[in-house]
Design a protein around this ligand. Structure first.
Ligand code: NAD
Length: 485
């Protein structure tokens, strides 16, 4: 078992409450993965004060000097790849292959923003009069609060932290208390890379205490949040009251459209990975597959056959394709979604049961579920499950498929499987989401490209990831200089 304290002012410090929090391995709850000092509001306030004190000197450095520290942190993390991937699987449950990919992504995010530091400048704008210099510079915001979920407990903190730091902000990061280890490991790597004390602070605590302190503390200039709509909605209102800058990225009900001309083997393979990879616990996971009627039966038969063959188990074991749900609460919520769907008239084609035999009894395992006869008014067609539960929805033609896909409140990612270039391009034009995939899985993002949702999935103001991520963490200052005088 690992033990962690909070990271405040460059020190691993104890906390005001004296209470501890333990995380259990979701594949085998007999294993305590780590024990944490559970922070309360005063600890979060101390972290904000520490960031505030560290901010001016950090902001004085050039972006390149800050970027060098990020590049060095990338190297530090790279040397610890396998250890960190194993820790991630033990605490969150995803398979070792999925954790290894997440660790590599985190290494690459720091490398990317380290390199990007050389390009972080403003713009020169031609003035209407001669001998005038008109230009913009990028200014950091001050202290920013980052609040993150459990499902990518390494990559999401990293994709917020790296642009925040390179832009010159000081940070207080609050990871999800279901899987905080990797956020604290980021702090360790950055400290080893030479990050000055207080520039990054990591506090492990509940949303209602530590999260609300970051939301309400007037010294926090901006908050970037990834998580559920219910929590994000509440935060948005509190942050609006004090006019703080805010970025919220939340859930989706992501569709994959399978058109009548699609290569069905390709379509089944893509849907299987997008729906059940990461145990369906990805914000971009496919949770609705909308299938044109001529191929509905052939597609569904193949899909059910391949779903039944998926090997569920402990993510550390070789050959396992899908790990457990992250927690007992998530497992219960997944199983409830299957029950409600059936009560509303959907037909369960496979899975949807808790696995309890042998080693399964010690973890939060369920068999991935496919539901048919789903109509758009059912909850399973509208509400995020965040688990391995897939709804199959028939469509009469391409136009109806698009209208079904757009007929929900959220709009994060969507995919289409087709050989018809025109329909693929029309899909890219008409679909109401932030990320469009053509003949690809709905999950999986290039770290160098912007990411974010539309509709209720996002505040839809600033994008995360890619070079554009820095926009949220900086503001432009406009400078006028007259050298005609
Ligand atoms: P959650 O909303 O329960 O928690 C997210 C974070 O908010 C946690 O750190 C939590 O402690 C904190 N929090 C809770 N209450 C708070 C409060 N009152 N004030 C401030 N902070 C508070 O979400 P979760 O269960 O950790 O994550 C799953 C959700 O995240 C899903 O809805 C998923 O779609 C979404 N998600 C979205 C993206 C994206 O980029 N769009 C990526 C991953 C996950």
């Amino acid at each position: 078992m690992r033990t962690y304290r909070n990271f405040i002012g460059g020190e691993w410090v104890t906390h005001s409450s004296g209470t501890t929090l333990q995380t259990l391995n979701p594949a085998d709850t007999r294993e305590v993965v780590a024990e944490y000092a559970l922070a309360e509001r005063p600890d979060a306030a101390a972290a904000v004060a520490s960031a505030r004190a560290a901010f001016p000197a950090w902001a004085e450095l050039t972006p390149v000097a800050r970027g060098r520290i990020l590049s060095k942190a990338s190297q530090v993390l790279e040397t610890r790849r396998s250890e960190l991937a194993e820790l991630l699987t033990r605490e969150e449950g995803k398979t070792l292959a999925e954790s290894t990919a997440e660790v590599q992504r985190t290494v690459d995010i720091f490398r990317f923003f380290g390199g990007l530091s050389y390009t972080l400048g403003g713009q020169t704008i031609p003035h209407d009069l001669p001998r005038q210099l008109l230009y913009t510079t990028r200014q950091p915001l001050g202290v920013v609060g980052l609040i993150t979920p459990w499902n990518f407990p390494f990559a999401i903190p990293a994709w917020k932290l790296a642009p925040a730091l390179v832009a010159g902000n000081a940070v207080v990061l609050k990871p999800s208390s279901l899987a905080p280890a990797l956020a604290l490991e980021l702090a360790r790597a950055l400290a080893e890379a030479g990050l000055p004390n207080g520039v990054l602070n990591v506090v492990v605590g509940q949303g209602a205490t530590v999260g609300e302190e970051l939301t309400d503390n007037p010294a926090v200039a901006a908050v970037s949040f990834t998580g559920s709509h219910a929590v994000g909605h509440g935060m948005y209102q509190r942050l609006a009251l004090r006019l703080a800058r805010v970025q919220l990225e939340m859930g989706g009900k992501n569709p994959t459209l399978v058109l009548a001309d699609a290569d069905l083997n390709l379509a089944v393979g893509l849907v299987l990975r997008a729906a059940f990879g990461l145990t369906g616990q990805a914000c971009t996971a496919t949770s609705r597959v909308i299938v044109e009627r001529p191929v509905l039966e052939a597609f569904t038969t193949k899909l059910v056959e391949r779903t039944r063959a998926l090997r569920v188990g402990n993510g550390l074991h070789p050959g396992v394709a899908m790990g457990p749900a992250v927690s007992q609460a998530q497992l219960v919520s997944d199983l409830d979604a299957v029950d409600v769907a059936q009560a509303e008239g959907a037909r369960l084609l496979c899975g949807g049961q808790r696995l309890t035999e042998g080693d399964f009894a010690r973890g939060h395992f369920l068999q991935p579920a496919v539901l048919a006869d789903v109509n758009p008014s059912m909850r399973i067609a509208r509400e995020e499950v965040f688990g391995p539960v897939l709804a199959v929805i028939p469509a009469g033609d391409f136009e109806e498929a698009i209208s079904l896909a757009n007929g929900v409140d959220t709009g994060l990612a969507a995919s289409v499987v087709t050989r018809d270039l025109k329909k693929a391009m029309l899909f890219a034009e008409k679909i109401e989401v932030g990320v469009v995939k053509i003949n690809q899985i709905s999950t999986g993002l290039a770290l160098q490209a912007p990411f974010g949702g539309v509709k209720q999935s996002s505040t839809d103001t600033f994008r995360e990831q890619g070079a554009q991520a820095v926009d949220f963490y900086s503001r432009l200052r406009t400078v006028y200089l007259d050298y005609s005088v």
